[in-house]
Design a binder for this molecule. Sequence first.
Ligand SMILES: C[S@@+](CC[C@H](N)C(=O)[O-])C[C@H]1O[C@@H](n2cnc3c(N)ncnc32)[C@H](O)[C@@H]1O
Length: 181
Amino acid sequence: MENGHEVVVLRLGHRPGRDNRMTTHVGLTARALGADRVVIAGEAADAKATIDEVTERFGGPFTVEVTDGHRRLLREWPGEIAHLTMYGLPIQDVESALQAGHAEGPLLVVVGAEKVPFDVYEHADHNVAVTNQPHSEVAGLAVLLDRLFGGRELDREWEDATHRIVPTATGKQVEPVDPEA
Ligand SMILES: C[S@@+](CC[C@H](N)C(=O)[O-])C[C@H]1O[C@@H](n2cnc3c(N)ncnc32)[C@H](O)[C@@H]1O
């Protein structure tokens, strides 16, 4: 998000076909709630295309990368790493540490699909649980980002959108953005 160090979401364990929708939602949630970039490990061209289309229409900045080099990303990441897992420490106990780490440098937030290799648990600075109950990487990511940014992400400004949604109490209103305005 603007005025801060980069926040990148790393999506591990993507299974083409089976996880397309969930991986797309990880990317859309990362974008909507203030992350700067999502990196998807594996073959995820469909998810990337959908997330890119949303960014072109509703704005950014936000980028999507697909990689087979996620181990290197983890190894060489220049800031702290938070791994979302139901086995971790409660987010309410670590959110201050997450904020402090992000005040000093970029933050990598790792989410899984199927079983996450144990070396990711060992490599992470924070193994973070959003409750110690099993649920979804999309839900976990949303809560983490909101706690990280303290709600400021909800008022984010979007750049280079072609369209914007006009909030209405009832109905659906979408209007083109005038680039001259
Ligand atoms: C369907 S779960 C997979 C759980 C899997 N049994 C495991 O060993 O990690 C997919 C992802 O959702 C996220 N997740 C699920 N429950 C969570 C929780 N309570 N707190 C934080 N993240 C969670 C984790 O990132 C996990 O890798």
